[in-house]
Design a protein around this ligand. Structure first.
Ligand code: ADP
Ligand code: MG
Ligand code: MG
Length: 276
């Protein structure tokens, strides 16, 4: 990114919590960038803190092949502009729901999911917990073969989180929700990210979020609590993958599978999708 040169806004990529993400084009090089605008006006102290953290932590972690590059940050009185590497192919949610390029393709699922684990391991190695891991916050490149983690808007460096309901419904862990017993003790940030990874893994394999059931009336999560093999009966996943999934969706965060072990299991998992 060349300094002191103009960037023109040529499109809209997404609407977010603090403002919009625009498609920008560098006037001189004609290269595209995503421009994420964070509105600074009328924020609470807490929101201001999240914004500051988003920029600082993203800047710190940006230099990894599976983390979206943050090229530059521009401050004005009203806005903070994050100049980001642009993905023409959009986010992983779009790739899963619209092009469906991972359905039934075990190699593609493994490759992409390992990249997501690598990005999260890199964050955790530096003591950063993302807390909003979901397909919308992962961008797709190279025909779906390469992915990069983005949106550090809820990231924290606290090993124990106190922000309940921080993240996205159907992605955050039960303990983040306040626990199944609604006891609001601080919860560990690392296993919470692992839980969200499990939801992403099922999304990649089955094409939908396991906890968001449009067609089935009964509550999937309660059915899972009653019978840990329940997901196997409603999703096109293999028993091999189901064994890994059960270790991710372990209600006790202290007994939940850890990232390095999850990586090992995924790398050696032979079949993800159950063919009907
Ligand atoms: P928010 O914090 O508001 O959720 P995100 O950073 O997640 O903002 O961006 C919102 C959406 O904008 C993403 O889900 C994605 O669809 C789109 N987007 C964000 N960054 C890029 C990018 N670099 N290239 C293409 N699309 C992007
Ligand atoms: Mg987002
Ligand atoms: Mg955000």
């Amino acid at each position: 990114f060349i300094d002191n040169d103009r960037l023109e806004i040529v499109g809209l990529l997404g609407l977010g919590a603090y403002g919009a993400v625009y498609l920008g084009r560098h006037v001189l090089t004609r290269k595209h960038y995503a421009v994420k605008c964070l509105n600074r006006i009328g924020l609470t102290k807490r929101q201001h803190g999240f914004q500051q953290r988003e920029i600082a932590l993203h800047q710190m972690l940006s230099d990894h092949p599976n983390i979206l590059t943050l090229e530059k940050v521009i401050h004005t009185t009203e806005c903070i502009y994050m100049i980001l590497e642009y993905s023409r192919e959009g986010d992983l949610f779009n790739a899963i729901t619209e092009t469906n390029c991972y359905a039934g393709n075990d190699r593609a699922i493994r490759r992409v999911f390992l990249q997501i684990i690598d990005a999260v391991m890199y964050c955790h190695h530096y003591g950063v917990y993302h807390r909003d891991l979901k397909p919308e916050n992962i961008l797709v490149f190279e025909g779906g073969t390469r992915v990069k983690l983005a949106d550090f808007g809820l990231a924290t460096t606290d090993e124990d989180s106190v922000d309940f309901g921080c993240g996205s419904t159907f992605y955050f862990s039960p303990e983040c929700q306040g626990g199944i017993h609604r006891n609001s003790k601080p919860y560990k940030s690392a296993p919470n990210d692992v839980w969200s990874l499990g939801v992403i893994l099922i999304n990649l394999t089955a094409g939908r979020n396991p906890w968001k059931q449009a067609s089935v009336k009964d509550d999937t999560f309660n059915a899972y609590l009653q019978n840990p093999d329940f997901l196997l009966s409603i999703l096109p996943i293999t028993t091999e993958l189901n064994e890994i999934i059960k270790r991710i969706f372990c209600i006790n965060p202290d007994k939940r599978i850890q990232l390095h072990e999850l990586r090992r299991q995924i790398a050696s998992c032979r079949h993800f999708t159950r063919l009907s």
